[in-house]
Ligand binder design. Structure first.
Ligand SMILES: Cc1cc2nc3c(=O)[nH]c(=O)nc-3n(C[C@H](O)[C@H](O)[C@H](O)COP(=O)(O)O)c2cc1C
Length: 339
C-alpha cells in the first residue's frame, strides 16, 4: 500500500479551518481507501462549524484529486453524505470510499501538484495593487461549473467596511465562551509549540508576537479598555494594509452534499489563484456571524434566495511569502488497514 503513503505524504497539506486536519484515511487495498472526518478535530462551537466540516471534506477531496493526478491516478469517489452528529460515540464520521484508476500524468497535472504543495494562507499585508481581470475571469467559469457565482469587489468603501466588520466580529465572537474555548485549544503561542504539535493556528501565522497573543487571549476584558483595546485593534488592522479586493462565493449551501461541492469549488479557486501567485485569506467570521453576514450580504447585494448562500468570503492579492503552517506527519492521518 505504498501508493497511499505517497499520496497521504502530500495530501496532508490540504488546508483546514484552524488547521485542525480532521480528515483520516484508511487504506483498504492498493487502489481503494475509506475516508473519515474525525469529530474530535471538528469545530462545532462556531455557528456553521458543522456545515464547514463537510466543506473541509470537499477541500480535501479536491486536494486528493490533485495529488493523485500528479502521481498518476484518477480518484473515483463513492461519497457518503449523511449529516454529521458531533454527539456520536463513534468519533470517526464516514465520508465514503475513494478508488484509484491509472492515469497518464500530464504537464498540467504536474504543475497543479506543484502549486498545491506551495499554496499557503496569507494573513500578511498585501501589495496595494489589483489582481488583473485575466487572472479572475477563468475563476468565474470554474465556479459556475459547480453552480456557484464567484464575485469580487474592489470598491474601496466596501473593502474598508468589510475589513473592519471582520475585525470587529472576530473580537466579539471570542466573547462567546464556547467559541473562545474551542479556539484556545488550537492556538499555538510559540514557534516551538507550533512545530511540536504540528497543527493549529500559530501566532507566527497570525503575525502576532506569541507572548502578546497569549496575553490578549488571556485577558478578553481588556479588549474593551480604551488604550489596550485600541492597540490590539490597530495591530490587527495593520495586517490588512494594502487590501484592495475581496472575493466571495455564492451557491447552493443547504445539505452536506452541497457543502462538499462548495468546499471542492473553493479549493479549485484557491489553487487557480495560487497558480497566478495570488494569495488569499478567508474571512470566516463575517460569513458565520449573522449580523456581520447581513451587513456584508447587503453591501454586495448577494443572491441568497432558497438554498443559496454567500458562504465563503476572502481577501486576495499579492504578498510576501507567509509563514508555513505545520502539518502532522502522514502516520497521524492514516488509520490501520485492518481495523
Ligand atoms: C474552509 C476553510 C475556512 C477557513 N477559514 C478561515 C478563517 O475564517 N480565517 C482564517 O484566518 N483562516 C481560515 N482558513 C485558513 C486555515 O486556517 C489555513 O488553511 C490553515 O491554518 C493551514 O494553513 P495554510 O493554508 O497556510 O496551509 C480557512 C481554511 C479553510 C479550508
Amino acid at each position: 500500500m505504498r501508493v497511499w503513503d505517497e499520496i497521504v505524504e502530500r495530501a496532508r497539506l490540504y488546508p483546514s479551518p484552524h488547521n485542525s486536519q480532521p480528515i483520516k484515511l484508511r487504506p483498504l487495498d492498493d487502489t481503494s481507501a475509506a475516508l473519515y472526518y474525525d469529530l474530535d478535530l471538528g469545530l462545532p462551537a462556531e455557528s456553521f462549524g458543522i456545515p464547514f466540516a463537510h466543506v473541509c471534506a470537499g477541500v480535501f477531496l479536491e486536494s486528493l484529486a490533485v495529488v493523485a493526478a500528479g502521481l498518476g491516478s484518477t480518484v473515483v469517489e463513492s461519497l457518503d453524505t449523511r449529516p454529521m452528529d458531533f454527539g456520536s460515540t463513534d468519533r470517526l464520521h464516514p465520508l465514503g470510499v475513494v478508488r484509484l484508476e491509472p492515469r497518464t500524468v500530464s504537464p498540467e497535472d504536474e504543475e497543479r501538484l506543484r502549486v498545491f504543495l506551495a499554496r499557503r494562507t496569507s494573513r500578511r499585508p498585501y501589495e496595494d495593487r489589483l489582481v488583473p481581470e485575466h487572472v479572475l475571469a477563468p475563476l468565474t467559469a470554474l465556479a459556475a461549473a459547480a453552480g456557484h457565482d464567484f464575485r469580487t469587489t474592489s470598491d474601496p468603501a466596501i473593502v474598508r467596511r468589510v475589513v473592519r466588520v471582520n475585525q470587529a466580529t472576530l473580537f466579539s465572537d471570542l466573547e462567546n465562551d464556547a467559541v473562545y474555548d474551542e479556539i484556545m485549544t488550537w492556538l499555538r503561542f510559540s514557534r516551538r509549540e507550533a512545530a511540536e504539535r504540528a497543527d493549529g493556528l500559530s501566532a507566527e501565522a497570525m503575525l502576532m508576537p506569541g507572548p502578546l497573543l497569549r496575553f490578549a487571549m488571556g485577558h478578553r476584558g481588556l479588549w474593551h479598555a480604551p488604550v489596550v483595546g485600541a492597540g490590539i485593534r490597530t495591530m490587527y488592522l495593520n495586517t490588512m494594509r494594502g487590501v484592495r479586493q475581496l472575493g466571495w462565493l455564492e451557491g447552493p449551501f443547504g445539505a452536506p452534499a452541497d457543502h462538499i461541492e462548495a468546499g471542492r469549488t473553493f479549493m479549485r479557486l484557491w489553487l487557480a489563484l495560487a497558480a497566478a501567485d495570488v494569495h488569499l485569506h478567508p474571512f470566516g467570521t463575517v460569513i458565520t456571524n449573522p449580523g456581520s453576514h447581513r451587513v456584508f450580504a447587503d453591501a454586495v447585494s448577494a443572491d441568497e434566495g432558497g438554498d443559496r448562500m454567500a458562504w465563503m468570503l476572502f481577501r486576495f492579492g499579492y504578498s510576501s511569502p507567509p509563514p508555513v503552517a505545520h502539518r502532522r506527519p502522514a502516520a497521524a492521518m492514516l488509520l490501520p488497514a485492518s481495523a
